[in-house]
Write a protein that binds this ligand. Structure first.
Ligand code: CUA
Length: 314
């Protein structure tokens, strides 16, 4: 099996959007405040253990119960710290989660175990999201089955995908590149293989990608691909998968109209290459046990034909 290297960085410590930057900043400040507090408390305890340890014949240290100045200090200082963290948290929420008074730019639907991505423009893809550099896109997040959790830490806040309760969040990348993400809430056997990529391109490249994704599928030309499409029809692949323009309209599995233009297959398990396609078609249950793609026990020739067909769907 071909394992995909992590093509996108997934660190929350290198934010590439104002939303992620606000969260990273809140984390840094909280970490420093807590580290200073932790050291101060541990230091005071350590000092007291040594300075006031029991010694033969020593008198008790001076007793200070009810000491007014101390009472004021250890009430006011923690209150000030907690209030400061609260104010900073509210400010962070306002920056990482600004309100939106408009329709979403794209809808992401979490499935066991892949991500469906539908743009308002009509472009459809899976397990990868393309964005133009520097633009804030409003994402509507849904779930088709159980609770999932969308996370692309360099670009945005985490957000739960809850069945029947759409959530919204902002997605933005201020630098071109590939940013890794994953599902962050246990959602079944293949939770760990709900990877996704956000690919940020300059506006012109994004527009070209979007136009290509909106086009109907190219009809198969080569003999192998034509046989592959017949097999696709005979095996009723189209009852789950759509290939727009080729009369396949299934809607419960990833849209395959431009499947060969993507980076990975099976939400990050395989590289989207002819070899990857063949490995997946040969035995999806070996590649991703428990996934809803059944094994069809195809012959090697059938696997090859089907892969030729799908490889032509760019
Ligand atoms: Cu979807 Cu975990």
């Amino acid at each position: 099996m071909v394992r995909v290297p992590l093509t996108g960085s997934e660190t929350p410590f290198a934010p590439v959007s104002p939303f992620a930057a606000a969260i990273a900043h809140a984390f840094d400040v909280t970490l420093v405040v807590c580290a200073v507090l932790g050291l101060a408390v541990a230091g005071a305890i350590g000092y007291s253990l040594v300075a006031f340890r029991a010694r033969a014949g020593a008198a008790d240290p001076p007793q200070i119960a009810g000491h007014r100045a101390l009472e004021v200090v250890w009430t006011v200082v923690p209150l000030a710290i907690v209030t400061g963290l609260f104010v900073m948290t509210v400010a962070t929420m306002a920056k990482s989660d600004p309100p939106a008074e408009r329709a979403p730019d794209l809808t992401v639907v979490a499935h066991q175990w892949w991500w469906e991505v539908r743009y308002a423009s009509g472009a459809i893809t899976a397990n990868e999201i393309h964005v133009p550099v520097g633009a804030s896109l409003l994402v509507r997040l849904e779930s088709a089955d159980v609770v999932h959790d969308f996370s692309v830490p360099q670009l945005t806040r985490k957000m739960d995908a809850v069945p029947g309760h759409p959530n919204h969040f902002w997605l933005r990348a201020d630098a071109a590149g590939a940013y890794g993400g994953a599902c962050f809430e246990f959602c079944g056997a293949q939770h760990a293989w709900m990877r996704l990529l956000v690919l940020a391109d300059p506006l012109q490249a994004f527009d070209a990608w979007q136009a290509a994704q909106r086009a109907p599928a190219r009809p198969p030309v080569e003999a192998a691909a034509v046989r592959g499409e017949s097999l696709f029809r005979a095996e009723a692949c189209g009852s789950c998968h759509a290939v727009i323009g080729r009369s396949f309209v299934g809607s419960v599995a990833p849209d395959l109209t431009h499947v060969a233009s993507r980076t990975t297959l099976a939400a990050g398990v395989l590289d989207d290459t002819p070899d990857g396609l063949r490995a997946w078609l040969r035995d999806p249950q070996a590649v991703k046990p428990g996934s809803h793609m059944p094994s069809f026990n195809l012959s090697e020739a059938q696997v090859s034909d089907l892969a030729s067909y799908l490889e032509g769907l760019r």
